[in-house]
Design a protein around this ligand. Structure first.
Ligand code: ZN
Length: 200
């Protein structure tokens, strides 16, 4: 079926948004078409504003308001020597939601996954290694998903870090294989953090 050009263009843009299942494409497009112009303009404005004002922290790569100190790296209430390594920001949020973690973070930006085009240089691994080399880190908690890519990334990090005096731990075992941190319930994640096992 042929759609008008402008609608086709919207559908193509929406198709590029990951996590938006293709079966929902038309529902989302329909939602926008039903809204009044003012509401759509507000949404576009919020998207632009967030792109301009929110940037990754230059130390931990968590999203932060531009030109303001990082709420994690700058906090004296947090243990700056305890660094939890996560794939993406939603994983960080999942750990924050447990309410039990007192350390700081490092957001890798994903895991090494050549099949999906994610290579070493796309991640913030070199900056994590720098943090360790500068002696800022006592313990790294590798909280990556227990997928083959997550395990391979952890193995790479352990290999790179074995010559430094840093303790490396991983989330407790027994988590369902392939589970993603973001979807883990609070109790399971709290326990996985508390019972973390030493990897090095
Ligand atoms: Zn930071």
């Amino acid at each position: 079926m042929n759609h008008p050009d402008s609608l086709q263009k919207l559908l193509r843009s929406l198709q590029q948004v990951p996590y938006l299942a293709s079966k929902n494409l038309y529902k989302v497009a329909n939602y926008f078409l039903e809204q009044d112009e003012e509401r759509v303009a507000q949404l576009c404005q919020s998207l632009l504003e967030v792109k301009q004002k929110i940037k990754p922290c230059t130390n931990c790569f968590a999203w932060q308001q531009l030109d303001q100190p990082c709420s994690f790296c700058d906090s004296s209430k947090r243990d700056q020597g305890l660094v939890c390594v996560v794939e993406k920001w939603p994983d960080l949020l999942a750990i924050e939601r447990t309410g039990n973690y007192q350390g700081v973070y490092h957001v890798l930006g994903g895991v090494i996954s050549p099949l999906n085009g994610v290579r070493l240089e796309h991640l913030t691994i070199q900056f994590l290694l720098q943090r360790v080399q500068l002696g800022q880190v006592n313990e790294l908690v590798l909280a990556l998903s227990p997928t083959p890519e997550g395990e391979a990334t952890m193995a790479y990090l352990i290999d790179k870090l074995q010559n430094y005096s840093v303790k490396i731990s991983g989330l407790a075992q027994g988590l369902p294989v392939g589970s993603i941190l973001e979807y883990m319930d609070r109790v399971t994640l709290t326990k996985a953090l508390a019972d973390r096992r030493s990897l090095l």
